[in-house]
Design a protein around this ligand. Structure first.
Ligand SMILES: Nc1ncnc2c1ncn2[C@@H]1O[C@H](COP(=O)(O)OP(=O)(O)OP(=O)(O)O)[C@@H](O)[C@H]1O
Ligand SMILES: [Mg+2]
Length: 679
C-alpha cells in the first residue's frame, strides 16, 4: 500500500521539473526588467495616470534642481497629441542643467540619482522617477526620450536621444552615433535648433516693452507615451494647480493638448530657505545598515566612525556608546565583528542622545499656506497651524495644516464647454454618480440638490443630455449653494508635492477620518469625512518621507507621524468650533431681535394708550433697549473667526466673544460638550 503511494508521488514528479532544469532557468533580474513588469509600482498603472506621473516626475525634478541651485524656478510644461492615444510630454526648466556625462545615466538607468544617499528635504528621493517615465514611454511607443541640457550661457546645449536597455539597466544613446550631439551656444546654435525642429525655449517671456532675457541654463525632457488626457480629479491640470499652491515661488507655463496656453504666475520671488542635509540619527538606523557602514569604513577608529557617520554624536557620546558596548573607541571600525556590531547597535539605542536638529526641515509656513488655501476657496473662516518639527525613526519631519470653512466648490464654477467635456469623458451611468465622481467635495446630497433644481432625473444618463438640459445643469451648478451637501475636501502634500492618489492608504486621510469632527460642531457619519463646506490642506515635510510605495502616492502610518497629524488637525478643529459657535450666537441673537421688533410697535401703542401719551418716544426707547440687548447680532467675524464691532455700530473695531453673551441660549445648552478653545 505504502509502496503504491510512493510510486504515485514519483510518477507525478516525473512529469514535472527537476532541480537541474530549474537551475537552468534561474538568473539575475535587472531592476529595469523588474519595474518594466511592475509599472504600477511606479504610478504607470493606467494611461491617464501614466500621463500625470510623467509630468510629475519631470516637474518635481525641475523644482528640486532649481531650488538646490538657488534659482527661482520657471517651468514650461507642454503636452501635444501627435496621434490618437499618444501624447508627447515636454518639461523644461531654468535650473542648473546637467553635465554631459551624467545625462545618459540619469535618464537611461533606473535607480541612479543624487538624492537617495542623503537625508535632505527634496521632492525626489529614490533615483528612479524620470528614467522610469522614459522607460514607460519607450515600452508603449518605442520612441526614445529626448533630453536637452545646458549648464551656462556659453556652454553648448547637449542633445541626447536615449532609451533604457532593460536587460542591462543601462542607457542606450540613439543619436550622434551613440554619443549625443552638442549644439553650439549663440546664434549658430539657435539656427541649428530651428533647422532641425528641436523644441527648446531659449528665452524667458519678455515683460512688456523689455527685451526677452536669454535662458542661461536649464534642462528639457521630452517623452512620448500612450496615454489618456482628461481634466478633473487626478489630472495634470489639478497637479499643476496644486503644485502652484504649495510652491508660490514657481511660475509654470502650461500648454495642454488642445493648445490652450496658461501661465500660473508666482506670487513671491522669495525662494524657500535652503534645506540642510543631515546625517542619520543613531536611533533611526537598523542593525544590517550599521554592519554595512562599519565594513565600508576603511580608515577610522570606532570613535571617529560614530561621530562622522551619525548626527548628534559628539566624541563624548561616542565614548559613552563604546563603553556601554564594551568596545574600545580606538578599535578599527572595519574590524568590528558581527557580535560586537550587535552590542554596538544595542548601546546606540540605549545611550541618551539628543534628538536630531530639526532646522533641516523647511515648512511652507502659515502665511503662504493660508494664501494657497484662499486661492482654492475664498471661505468665511481660515485657520492654519505649523507644528514644531519632530522625529520618526531618526528622521525629522514637520506637519502643517490649513483649514477653510465656507465657499462654493471651486470646481462647480466650470464653463459650459468644460462641463460638456467632462460628461463626454465620464463613464458614470447616472447623472448623480457623474456629479459625485467629477466634482471634488460634492456628496450625494449636493448632487441631489443640483438635480432637483434642473428637474432632471437623478438616474438619468449623462450621455443623453440635450442642449437645454446641459444648459440647465450648467446653470444649476453655478446657482445652487451646496455648502451643506459638501463633504470635506482634503488636499495632501508631501515635501510640497501634491498627492493625488490612494487617499485611503495615506496616514493623512486616516488622521482626518479618525478625528471626531462632531466635537467641533460638524456632522460626520462613522468612517467618513465630515460634512460641510470644508477644505483642508495637510503638508508633511521631511528629510525622508515614508511613502507606502515607489510611486510616492501615500504616506505610511508611523505612530509619530499619526500623532503629529492628529494634534495639528485637532488644533484647527478647535478654532473652527470657536468660529461656528460665534456664528451660531450671532444668528440666534438676530432671530431674537426680529421677534422683539415684530411686537415693539404694538407694545408701544398699548403703553401710550394706557398713559395717554405719544407712542413714538416709547417705541424709540424700546427699540434702543431691544438693540442693546441683542447687540451680538450686529457683530461681524473676520476671516480668522474673531468678532469685530463694525465702526458704524459705534466705537472702534474690537474683539468680542459673542459666545459669552449673557443672552445666548443655544451656546449655554451646548457648553457642556464643547471642547476647550485653542489659544
Ligand atoms: N531637470 C533636472 N535638472 C538637474 N538635475 C536633474 C534634473 N532631473 C533630474 N536630475 C538629476 O537626476 C537625478 C535622477 O532623477 P530621478 O527623478 O530619476 O530621481 P530622483 O529625483 O533622485 O528621485 P525620485 O525617483 O524620487 O524622483 C536626480 O537625483 C538629479 O540629481
Ligand atoms: Mg525625481
Amino acid at each position: 500500500m505504502a509502496d503504491e503511494k510512493e510510486g504515485s508521488i514519483r510518477r507525478k514528479k516525473a512529469g514535472r521539473s527537476t532541480a537541474e532544469a530549474m537551475a537552468a532557468k534561474q538568473r539575475d533580474i535587472s531592476v529595469s526588467e523588474f519595474f518594466a513588469k511592475n509599472k504600477h509600482l511606479l504610478g504607470f498603472d493606467n494611461p491617464r495616470k501614466a500621463l500625470l506621473t510623467t509630468v510629475k516626475e519631470a516637474v518635481d525634478n525641475s523644482l528640486d534642481a532649481c531650488e538646490e541651485a538657488g534659482i527661482i524656478p520657471e517651468v514650461w510644461v507642454r503636452i501635444d497629441q501627435p496621434q490618437p492615444g499618444r501624447f508627447r510630454v515636454a518639461v523644461q526648466d531654468n535650473g542648473p542643467g546637467i553635465v554631459k556625462k551624467q545625462i545618459p545615466l540619469i535618464f537611461g538607468k533606473l535607480l541612479y540619482g543624487s538624492k537617495f544617499h542623503r537625508l535632505r528635504m527634496s521632492r525626489g528621493q529614490q533615483g528612479i522617477g524620470i528614467s522610469a517615465a522614459g522607460m514607460n514611454g519607450m515600452l508603449t511607443t518605442g520612441k526614445p526620450m529626448a533630453i536637452l541640457s545646458k549648464i551656462s550661457p556659453r556652454s553648448p546645449l547637449h542633445y541626447f536621444l536615449l532609451q533604457v536597455d532593460t536587460r542591462k539597466n543601462a542607457p542606450e544613446i540613439v543619436n550622434g552615433k551613440g554619443e549625443g550631439i552638442d549644439i553650439a551656444a549663440g546664434a549658430k546654435g539657435l539656427q541649428y535648433i530651428k533647422d532641425h525642429s528641436i523644441d527648446w525655449v531659449s528665452h524667458f517671456p519678455a515683460d512688456e516693452g523689455a527685451p526677452a532675457r536669454e535662458l542661461e541654463s536649464g534642462t528639457r525632457v521630452t517623452i512620448e507615451l500612450t496615454a489618456v488626457y482628461k481634466r478633473g480629479r487626478g489630472s495634470v491640470d489639478e497637479y499643476l494647480e496644486q503644485t502652484a499652491i504649495a510652491n508660490p515661488h514657481v511660475t509654470i507655463h502650461w500648454q495642454d493638448p488642445e493648445g490652450n496656453v496658461r501661465t500660473i504666475a508666482r506670487s513671491t520671488t522669495e525662494l524657500p530657505r535652503e534645506a540642510k542635509e543631515i546625517k542619520p540619527h543613531p536611533y533611526g538606523i537598523e542593525l544590517g545598515r550599521l554592519i554595512t557602514l562599519l565594513s565600508d569604513d576603511r580608515k577610522s577608529t570606532l570613535s571617529s566612525f560614530l561621530t562622522q557617520s551619525f548626527s548628534c554624536v559628539t566624541p563624548a557620546v561616542a565614548r559613552k556608546i563604546c563603553e556601554a558596548a564594551k568596545l574600545s573607541p580606538r578599535n578599527s571600525s572595519w574590524k568590528v565583528g558581527q557580535g560586537e556590531a550587535e552590542r554596538l547597535y544595542q548601546a546606540m539605542q540605549e545611550t541618551r542622545i539628543r534628538p536630531p536638529s530639526t532646522d533641516c526641515i523647511v515648512p511652507i509656513g502659515q502665511e503662504l499656506l493660508l494664501k494657497g488655501l484662499k486661492a482654492i476657496v475664498p471661505g468665511e473662516f481660515h485657520d492654519s497651524i505649523t507644528r514644531p518639527p519632530t522625529v520618526y525613526r531618526g528622521s525629522p519631519f514637520q506637519i502643517e495644516v490649513a483649514l477653510a470653512y465656507g465657499g462654493v466648490l471651486q470646481g462647480q464654477k466650470i464653463s459650459r464647454d468644460e462641463l460638456l467635456e467632462r460628461i463626454q469623458q465620464s463613464d458614470a451611468r447616472t447623472l448623480r454618480k457623474f456629479l459625485v465622481d467629477s466634482f471634488a467635495g460634492m456628496n450625494g446630497d449636493a448632487a441631489d440638490k443640483i438635480l432637483q433644481e434642473t428637474k432632471l432625473p437623478t438616474r438619468g444618463s449623462p450621455r443623453n443630455l440635450g442642449d437645454p438640459q446641459l444648459t440647465a445643469l450648467h446653470q444649476a451648478l453655478h446657482a445652487v449653494n451646496t455648502s451643506e451637501g459638501q463633504s470635506m475636501q482634503v488636499y495632501r502634500f508631501a515635501n510640497r508635492v501634491p498627492l493625488q492618489f490612494q487617499p485611503g492608504a495615506c496616514a493623512i486621510t486616516q488622521a482626518v477620518l479618525n478625528t471626531n469632527w462632531r466635537a467641533y460642531g460638524l456632522s460626520q457619519s462613522r468612517g467618513s469625512l465630515p460634512s460641510g463646506p470644508l477644505t483642508l490642506i495637510v503638508h508633511i515635510a521631511s528629510v525622508w518621507v515614508p511613502f507606502t510605495s515607489e510611486s510616492k502616492e501615500a504616506v505610511a502610518s508611523y505612530p509619530e507621524i499619526e500623532k503629529e497629524l492628529r494634534l495639528a488637525i485637532q488644533a484647527v478643529g478647535r478654532n473652527l468650533a470657536g468660529f461656528l459657535r460665534k456664528r451660531q450666537a450671532i444668528q440666534a441673537e438676530g432671530n431674537r431681535r426680529t421677534i422683539f421688533l415684530r411686537y415693539l410697535r404694538e407694545v408701544a401703542e398699548a403703553v401710550a394708550t394706557i398713559n395717554k401719551t405719544d407712542p413714538d418716544p416709547v417705541y424709540q426707547q424700546l427699540l434702543r433697549v431691544a438693540k442693546r440687548k441683542t447687540s451680538v447680532a450686529d457683530l461681524r467675524l473676520d476671516e480668522f473667526g474673531r468678532a469685530i464691532v463694525a465702526a458704524e455700530q459705534g466705537g472702534d473695531a474690537e474683539s468680542v466673544d459673542p459666545a459669552k453673551s449673557e443672552s445666548h441660549p443655544p451656546s449655554k445648552r451646548k457648553s457642556k460638550t464643547r471642547p476647550s478653545r485653542a489659544s
